[in-house]
Design a protein around this ligand. Structure first.
Ligand SMILES: Cc1ncc(COP(=O)(O)O)c(C=O)c1O
Length: 377
């Protein structure tokens, strides 16, 4: 699904010396590279505070801790996402409230959020799924009207832009009260191990979060709040700082691959191609962490088997809705409220998507998909 070796080969000249600097300095934890990357990412995103941490799951948890959410507080998030989003809500003894998604964008359905708000609701966690920002203007308006926090799960959409209704563009992850991201190797900005970060424009929240990531300490051995140990190590920061200047071109390469895929599948009666590329002014919105088709009347399992037999990797993100996962099922949920997610889990398929895809590979992938669908429908 990704080609991290091919990508590394092209930036080895920059990455290796950056890692070597850390090795020579032996400043493995909280070294200058971490600070340098943090500053560079703040500039890139246009956000006041980036607080690096150990991974994207911690980033979400720490964001929620920083906001002071309390056990029993309800947190609304999408049913169609990676489990990390709901996991940390449950872990903090908050009450996850899963809601359905939009059939076109696959992102959280704003009307479903509206219906799920109760007096106990304290926060909304939109996930910018597969690299496409959620409907942030509507979500922010709803949050404002109900006095709710908004925590953007930006693990899949770093570098994506969001075009506000007044035409302003901002980066995904700097719109809500706070956001989390992941630098897992396969992410759009990935390191060579685990890594994550929290972003916010709120000075007081940033201060709280800086303490939380470091055992609740602001002064050595003075633990003012309950914290965790969640650090981005200096070697990972060195990798990320070397890769950050390439992020825009990486995302452009992903969009270009997506455009070619879309072109090949255009107007096919059994294939719905992803949105996010059509309108010119929205052309930098979707950063295609995943390229995901929605199939109509196709035997997906057979297509998966066919692709595998042709050595084409593919993925099903996600095969089970979170509300039906054992850990998160709840009698309050009503199947009728999850019609879109319940359908998508049966019909989506993600094709290889990365920065190194060439035309020959794309042609082979698209013709293999089309041959199968055309001869089996
Ligand atoms: C939407 C979403 N949220 C959170 C995470 C968690 O990130 P990490 O794997 O770095 O903990 C991921 C990672 O896969 C993700 O896709």
């Amino acid at each position: 699904m990704v080609d991290l070796q091919g990508q590394y080969a092209k930036i080895k000249d920059v990455v290796d010396p950056s890692i070597e600097e850390v090795m020579n300095s032996a400043a493995f934890i909280n070294g200058p590279k971490v600070h340098q990357f943090q500053k560079n990412l703040e500039d890139y995103l246009g956000v006041k505070h980036v607080i690096p941490c150990a991974n994207g799951t911690d980033a979400l948890q720490i964001a929620m801790m920083g906001l002071g959410l309390q056990p029993g507080d309800e947190v609304i998030t999408a049913d169609f996402t990676f489990a990390a989003t709901v996991e940390v809500i449950a872990l903090l003894q908050l009450t996850p409230v899963l809601v359905d998604v939009d059939p076109v964008t696959f992102n959280i359905d704003v009307n479903a959020i509206k219906k799920a708000i109760t007096p106990k609701t304290k926060a909304i966690v939109p996930v910018h799924l597969f690299g496409l920002p959620a409907e942030m203007d509507d979500i922010m308006a709803l949050a404002k009207a109900h006095n709710l926090f908004v925590i953007e799960d930006n693990a899949q959409a770093i570098g994506a832009s969001y075009t506000h209704s007044d035409g302003r563009k901002t980066k995904a992850g700097v719109i809500g009260d706070v956001a989390s991201t992941s630098f897992f190797p396969s992410k759009n900005l990935g390191c060579y191990g685990d890594g994550g970060a929290i972003f916010t424009n709120n000075d007081a929240l940033a201060h709280r979060i800086r303490g939380i990531v470091n055992h609740g300490m602001y002064e050595r051995y003075h633990h003012d709040v309950v914290g965790v140990n969640s650090r981005l190590d200096s070697i990972q920061a060195a990798v990320l700082d070397a890769k950050l200047p390439h992020l825009n071109s990486y995302n452009t390469a992903r969009r270009s691959a997506a455009r070619k895929y879309n072109e090949a599948f255009k107007n096919h009666p059994s294939i719905i191609t992803p949105t996010g590329l059509d309108a010119d002014d929205h052309s930098d919105e979707h950063v295609f962490h995943q390229y995901t088709l929605n199939l109509k009347g196709v035997d997906r399992d057979a297509l998966v088997a066919h692709l595998q037999s042709n050595n084409i990797p593919c993925g099903v993100y996600y095969p089970i809705p979170l509300h039906r996962q054992k850990a998160y099922s709840d009698e309050r949920y009503n199947e009728a409220d999850f019609t879109v997610t319940n359908q998508l889990v049966k019909t989506v398929i993600s094709l290889p998507m990365h920065t190194e895809l060439d035309d020959e590979q794309i042609n082979f992938i698209t013709s293999t998909v089309l041959n199968f669908i055309n001869s089996n429908s």
